[in-house]
Design a protein around this ligand. Structure first.
Ligand code: SF4
Length: 359
């Protein structure tokens, strides 16, 4: 669900056949590349910064979870659940929302408020998508179509969100995106769709009539005719250039590429910034610096305040109901709560304790 593009221009003079020959030669010299499968996103990453590619895929240095990844995956999983019922009967909106809530991914959100906002946005998208499209899902041919395709000797894999059958017997590719809005120009140029088109033609043996991106936040499909032969050639070049560089262990950092370094999780260990204090990118505080600890403490205090506020609201709600019933104690499934106005050390009136397990 991320927005990925090959925005690094490829050299026009490169011939795919020559590249393929170069690649097979270098594959003979080195063996570690063999068995490695590329994808649209890994090829894009290699073009953007080979060093970052190495950190992620070879050194496997973990990156921080990101809210937009969690959100995109959660909404994606919700739609997958909807499509899984296309053949045997689609779920009700209540079942769909229950599934979305049960599978909500919580990683990467900066605060409970931010997570709440995204969660509500996800529910809004699921409801809106269901209301708008539930009666048109019969044409769905494949969902989450996983493929591995051979491109001039380089295995490339991917997942296509949805493939529909067209009335004339062809296929229509649609990929779902969350995040910033986009237009048809992007869809006409998106190399991820060109790659999908090539894989579908090769593996399913049918013509691709249209390709499209569906912007979930606005419930809008942007669909264009199949990409051109020249775009397919460009994708082959992109795959071969990345594979050649990887195969030859070319992992130079690209610190100047679009100001990306200041958001890069590998900044602190990147050779491009070793000993270069004073550059803007290097001013990000070290994970264990005093400034970072101060920020962490501030965030924790903010969370505590927020939790105390929520607790206060729940306490008031319980107290008002207990007073109606004239009772001093209530038992939940896991906790019992006692009203002890005499012991108010921290302003608390209700005290909870775990319920004892029954033998
Ligand atoms: S800090 Fe910049 S140059 Fe270094 S790995 Fe990250 S993106 Fe690449």
């Amino acid at each position: 669900m991320t927005q990925l593009t090959f925005d690094v221009p490829l050299p026009n003079e490169t011939n795919p056949k020559e590249l393929a020959e170069d690649l097979s030669e270098s594959q003979q010299k080195t063996s570690w590349y063999k068995g490695r499968v590329l994808s649209h996103s890994s090829i894009y990453l290699y073009k953007t910064c080979p060093q970052k590619w190495k950190f992620r895929y070879i050194d496997k240095v973990p990156e921080k979870p990101r809210s937009f990844f969690s959100f995109g995956k959660s909404v994606h999983a919700g739609l997958e659940y909807l499509f899984s019922g296309v053949k045997d009967g689609i779920p009700t909106i209540e079942e769909l929302l229950a599934n979305f809530r049960a599978n909500w991914l919580r990683d990467g959100y900066e605060s409970p408020q931010q997570e709440k906002w995204f969660f509500q946005e996800g529910e809004r998208i699921i409801r809106g998508f269901y209301g708008k499209h539930k009666d048109e899902l019969k044409k769905v041919f494949q969902v989450e179509f996983k493929f591995t395709v051979d491109i001039e000797g380089v295995p490339v894999m991917g997942y296509i969100d949805r493939i529909d059958s067209t009335p004339s017997g062809g296929l229509a590719i649609l990929d779902y995106k969350t995040g910033k809005a986009f237009d048809r120009i992007r869809v006409r140029q998106e190399p991820q769709l060109t790659l999908y088109q090539m894989a579908v033609k090769k593996l399913l043996g049918k013509e691709v009539e249209t390709v499209g991106l569906y912007h979930l936040n606005t419930l809008t499909a942007h669909v264009v005719p199949a990409h051109t032969a020249q775009q397919e050639t460009d994708v082959v070049q992109g795959v071969l250039l990345a594979a050649k560089g990887i195969n030859e262990s070319k992992f130079d950092p690209k610190p100047e590429q679009g100001g990306q370094c200041q958001w890069c999780d590998y900044l602190q260990i990147c050779p491009a910034f070793a000993g270069k204090k004073g550059t803007r990118a290097f001013e990000v505080p070290a994970p264990d610096s005093l400034a970072e600890l101060a920020d962490r403490l501030g965030r924790l205090d903010a969370k505590i305040q927020e939790l105390l506020k929520s607790r206060d609201e729940v306490e008031k709600s319980i107290l008002s109901r207990l007073s109606v019933k004239n009772e001093k104690e209530v038992e939940g499934k896991y906790f019992s709560v006692i009203h002890k106005p005499a012991d108010e050390p921290n302003g608390k009136i209700l005290f909870s304790q775990p319920r004892e397990k029954k033998p």
